[in-house]
Design a binder for this molecule. Sequence first.
Ligand code: NI
Length: 193
Amino acid sequence: MAQYNSPILPQFTADFACNCLDKQVVMSKLTILRYPDSRLYTKAKPVSKVDDRIRQLAQDMAETMYDAPGIGLAATQVDVHEELIIIDISETRDALQVFINPKLVWTEGLAEREEGCLSVPGIYDKVRRAERIRVRALNLEGKPFELEAEGLLAVCIQHEMDHLLGKVFVQYLSPLKQTRIRSKLKKRQRETM
Ligand code: NI
C-alpha cells in the first residue's frame, strides 16, 4: 500500500516479537507487477520451510518496498507466489514486520479507509474491511506469533493478505470504477513507454 490519510497508530499485543531484518545483508530490488497484470490474480501457496531463501526474499522485498516507497508488499506483487507479506507503517521506516503464512484468527467490526497499492500507482479509494483483527503467522526464524491490530496496521495486513489470495483492492470497487482505473493505468503506461 502506498499512502493513507489520517493514520492511526497500531496497537500491539505484548507477545509480539519484532522480526526486524539485518540491514547489513546485501539486498536487491525486485520488479513490482502492475495492475491489471494477470499474475496478480495468482493464489499463493504456503511457505513450506522458513530458510535462507525465504529470508533473502524478505530482504529483497523490503528494499523494494522502501525504495518504492510503500508501507506494505506481498510476495505476489513481485511474482513470487508464496505466503509472505511485509509491512512497515512507521514514520521512521525502521520497523519492518514480516508475516509468513498469515491467517486471521478473528476479526471484529467494520471500518472504511482510503487505500492505495504499489501495483496500482496513483489510485486511491475507500475500502471497507474489518476494524480489528488478530493474525497468526510465522516470523523469519520460522516461529509462530500472534498479533492484534487495528487502524492502519489492520487495514494493511488485510490488504496484503488479499494479494496472497490473488486479490487487488480495486476489485472491491464498482465495475465502472475498475474499468476507469484500468484505462487510466494503460494510458499512463503508453505515455511513459
Ligand atoms: Ni497492494
